[in-house]
Design a protein around this ligand. Sequence first.
Ligand code: 13P
Ligand code: SF4
Length: 365
Amino acid sequence: MSASALALTDFALLDDAECEARLLAAKHALGQRCVILGHHYQRDEVFRHADLTGDSLKLSREAAQSEAEYIVFCGVHFMAEVADILSRPEQIAILPDLAAGCSMADMANLKAVERCWRELAEVIDPDQCVTPVTYINSAADLKAFCGRHNGTVCTSSNARKILEWSFDQREKVLFFPDQHLGRNTGYRMGLPLDQMVTWDFTQPRGGLTVEQIKNARIILWKGFCSVHQMFRPEQIDRFLERHPDTQVIAHPECSFEVCEKAQYIGSTEYILKTIREAEPNTRWLVGTELNMVNRLADEVRPHGKAVHFMSPTVCMCSTMFRTDPQHLLWVLENLAAGNVVNRIKVNDGDAHAARLALNRMLQVT
Ligand code: 13P
Ligand code: SF4
């Protein structure tokens, strides 16, 4: 932060109404120099200021194609890293609150993945027979690992195509950090559950036998999303008892058991599209983050569609929620005053290797 940057403490206590008016003025002052990207899980007061909204794949593409000097990412840390990696060197990626991480992304780190690769090498030759695939919800150095080992990245909307590409390269896949996305996708491609083994990164050799590793087609990192693991199959059963006419739609980060009970499985963008395009007077039970579900419910209610949240308790992504209008305003007013705050910059070495992995993904999908 430069010496003249506006201090965050002067923004923290502003009320939302004042923020709203000043956000509009700051956006107007910055004009085309700044683009705000907003993930679907952002709270309303932030989401409505996004110039472009989407799921992880759509927002990655927007970041890669943007002409703006500043890319302000209202999402979580790995998303701003992707924006930095895919944008031009002179463009600047910004995350309004640096504490907006992703608990699932934190479940894998480079040291643990390198140890996994070494331990696999005691049983098989991973460079010859394993394609490493990282879910985009991961740190840049893990994308770089995949870039260096001829692997790639996937998102929830292209996981199947990416797994197909990966199996065209080599016979096995190491998939991290989300076991559920990997298992749900592999199963729908026809892989039996016993050929998708779970690598427990707290155990020597992932807690697996030599035979399990040799027979596996997908080795699934034992990570999960703390928000999506709250959805349970019993919640679906109970809801269907009361409303048998319901269609169930879930994000693939939900457990295998939840996805088994869902008629539709897909990314946040897919969920929005499916329900927006559905017939009037339909009822939906949705397993994904609360802010998005509430907004969708309000949007489609006038069309006679009822949208319900799958869990009886509140499950919102607390890190997505960290980006509030006060942080966004602090960033924008600083930019308008010529100060860059909260820049996300991936080191050149990792950025280069991660870009290889991300570009492989973008070419495949
Ligand atoms: P989408 O790519 O479906 O938006 O998912 C991102 C995410 O973090 C879901 O928890
Ligand atoms: Fe990460 Fe889960 Fe939040 Fe998505 S919902 S950003 S996977 S913690």
